[in-house]
Design a protein around this ligand. Structure first.
Ligand SMILES: NC(=O)c1ccc[n+]([C@@H]2O[C@H](COP(=O)([O-])OP(=O)(O)OC[C@H]3O[C@@H](n4cnc5c(N)ncnc54)[C@H](O)[C@@H]3O)[C@@H](O)[C@H]2O)c1
Length: 486
């Protein structure tokens, strides 16, 4: 089936971008909003987004006019009667979507394909509410839709096979890569991404590390395009909260229970970029710890010979003196740091150090670490060009605590038969802009390191989902360094 005229319902964070994607590919678009005010906002999104593309030289002004000229904006759903496809992008609330789809079913021709951009809701439940369940699919774009290359095409048990193939071909025409999946809450990307974002909020609530430090650790340490809090602001905290709720309802995994912090911010109207303030914003975000100034002092590095020697060398080259009576004892990560600290005459001087990549040093303070030692460690790292990430002495510190459960979830997803390794890797790269997919990351970190890190997390937090996935454990036991591509 060829799609030439499409409708997009809801022109918010996602819908406006989706309308732009269709118009850029030469399709005629009817964009529908709830009322005149929302329609004006939708028009504003479209004008700003295409305007930015012109400013960056990615679009000629004439092309921009052509794109905008292909989009008709309306507040009447009835205008969708002649379209070949409708993509719905209204809020993530099942009742709203079901009522809209019933109406679309009445308005549109029987052959029209109805697609939902839902991140997590049951496509099957939405399809079943219509008289054409075989022609209802998920067409899940990523934020920002004009930029991100992935579309998850979600078929249900009743979808006509040709419809998934047609929508997949359409995604290709839009310049996107489609990954076809079954109907499970969160599909591939959100099932892996949202628990990680929720976990970041939990670590902040537990006081393991602050907002800016967690974001810096994931961006600079792992190479992700954004830290979790900046990404939550981009997604919209209300959307993230709803998606977490749906995941939790399906899995009953308490890691999927939306963080109370998210609920509080949403209730306060702090929704992220769309409301001007969320975790970040004009008048500041969530509180983070005040940092005292230190007098730079002497140091001693202990543990992990090569890494430790390298760090000591960098510090000496920067003009600092190592000493047997130092201001700070830098213990290269070997947890729990407190076990090493209590063997010192003065445990208050010890700070754990975990170097992540070549830019980030996680600095773990124990319950006994003095403010002076913590501040001295931070300042020393800055002077040798590392970004310090102060955190508590907890398993995985920040980066491994956030990354390893995500990798473990990917292994479980693959092992459940839901998606292939290639599709999972491609989905995370193209849907989130990650530098590598989870299996590529696992293999580059070393399977044993991730398995051991998960064991440590499990031992400390007693969280069942942190226990290494059986497949990961077995590959490590068999001394295999790569996942079998089935
Ligand atoms: N935000 C993301 O990063 C993201 C990514 C992928 C998918 N999604 C999904 O896309 C959908 C929309 O999310 P969003 O973040 O764009 O939400 P949003 O709140 O930014 O936008 C929703 C828009 O729908 C409009 N709307 C509400 N009821 C309507 C109706 N009856 N008719 C027409 N328009 C109506 C609202 O006025 C608003 O402009 C959700 O299902 C969400 O899960 C979101």
């Amino acid at each position: 089936m060829a799609f030439e005229r499409v409708g997009v319902v809801g022109l918010g964070t996602m819908g406006a971008g989706i309308a732009e994607v269709f118009a850029r590919a030469g399709l005629r678009v009817i964009g529908v909003e709830a009322d005149a005010e929302a329609l004006a906002r939708g028009r504003g999104h479209l004008e700003r987004s295409t305007g930015k593309a012109v400013d960056k030289g990615k679009l000629a002004p004439g092309q921009r006019d052509e794109i905008l000229g292909r989009i008709t904006l309306t507040t009447s759903r009835e205008d969708l009667r002649d379209v070949d496809l409708v993509v719905e992008a209204i809020p993530e609330i099942l009742d709203y979507k079901i009522s809209l789809f019933k109406d679309l079913d009445r308005i549109c021709e029987p052959g029209t394909v109805l697609a939902t951009n839902t991140s997590s809701l049951s496509v099957t439940a939405i399809a079943a509410a219509t008289g054409r369940p075989g022609r209802v699919v998920g067409m899940h774009f990523f934020n920002p839709a004009p930029v991100m290359k992935l579309v998850e095409v979600v078929g249900t048990v009743v979808t006509e096979p040709g419809v998934v193939a047609d929508v997949t071909a359409l995604a290709g025409r839009l310049g996107k890569t489609a990954v076809a999946v079954g109907d499970r809450a969160g599909f591939v990307v959100n099932r892996l991404l949202l628990p990680y974002l929720n976990h970041a909020a939990a670590l902040m609530e537990l006081g393991v590390a602050g907002r800016d430090d967690i974001d810096a650790a994931m961006r600079l340490g792992v190479g992700l395009p954004m830290g979790p809090f900046a990404l939550l602001d981009l997604i919209g905290l209300d959307t993230a909260y709803e998606v977490m709720g749906v995941l939790f309802d399906e899995t009953r995994d308490r890691r999927h229970a939306p963080s109370p912090l998210l609920r509080e911010l949403v209730t306060a109207g702090l929704l992220g970029r769309k409301s001007g303030r969320g975790f970040y914003g004009a008048s500041g975000g969530a509180p983070h710890t005040k940092q005292a100034k230190s007098r730079l002092g002497t140091f001693k590095v202990v543990g992990y010979e090569d890494e430790g020697d390298g760090l000591a060398e960098r510090l000496r080259a920067a003009g600092f003196k190592s000493s047997e009576e130092p201001d700070v004892v830098l213990r290269l990560a070997d947890r729990p740091v407190i076990e090493h600290a209590v063997r010192l005459p003065d445990p208050a001087r010890m700070v754990g150090v975990h170097l992540v990549g070549d830019q980030v040093a996680e600095l773990a303070s124990t319950a006994l670490t003095s403010e002076h030692a913590a501040t001295a460690a931070r300042d020393l790292m800055k002077i040798v060009g590392l970004t310090p990430v102060p955190c508590k002495d907890r398993a995985g510190f920040v980066v491994d605590a956030l990354l390893f459960p995500y990798l473990n979830d990917a292994v479980r997803m693959y092992d459940s038969g839901y998606a292939s390794i290639e599709d999972i890797d491609a989905a995370m790269r193209l849907g989130c802009g990650y530098p590598a997919g989870p299996f590529e990351m696992l293999e580059s970190f070393g399977l044993a390191r991730v398995r051991d890190g998960l064991r440590a997390l499990y031992t400390e937090y007693r969280e069942p989902a942190f226990a290494p996935a059986p497949l990961l454990d077995q590959l490590v036991t068999a001394d295999v360094s790569e996942f079998p591509r089935r």
